[in-house]
Design a protein around this ligand. Structure first.
Ligand code: DQA
Length: 141
């Protein structure tokens, strides 16, 4: 989770909903349990810390769910980290970025991720967990 997502709950609730990041993590816990997925949650406002986290996932994590926030639309460094790590990654957004301002339509991540999930609000995190697990396992049933 990238910049400003620590403000979820109070940040533009009409766009991002009223769940905090901690609420979302708590709601995802039983979903992860159900599909036997272990999660590690990371938040940083710093691009460098996010690059470090993606690099640190190599050989440690089977997949990444990445809501890079505004860095989605700006960061070649984060895109390069995703490519270099070769860890399967899903790009996630609470809002439907394609229905918003045109600068949100460009994603530097989109060409190097498995796929995108956008517009489902907090539920998108649960969908992304299920999607990345199914992708890695090659089994969605
Ligand atoms: C976001 C969408 C981005 O455009 C924005 O900069 C964010 C949040 C989302 O989850 O909808 O910070 O990634």
């Amino acid at each position: 989770n990238g910049p400003n997502l620590n403000l979820l709950g109070t940040r533009e609730p009409t766009v991002y909903g009223s769940d905090t990041l901690a609420d979302i993590e708590a709601k995802c816990a039983p979903v992860a349990d159900k599909i036997s997925v272990e999660t590690q949650w990371v938040h940083s406002n710093s691009e460098a810390t996010l690059v470090d986290a993606v690099q640190a996932s190599m050989g440690v994590h089977a997949g990444i769910v990445l809501n890079a926030g505004a860095y989605t639309h700006t960061s070649v460094a984060l895109r390069d980290a995703v490519t270099a790590s070769a860890v399967p990654t899903i790009e996630l957004h609470l809002s439907n970025v394609h229905a918003r301002e045109s600068f949100r339509h460009l994603s530097y991540l989109a060409p190097v991720v498995v796929g995108q999930i956008a517009g489902f609000g907090a539920h998108g995190y649960a969908l992304a967990l299920q999607a990345i697990a199914a992708h890695i396992r090659g089994d969605w049933s």
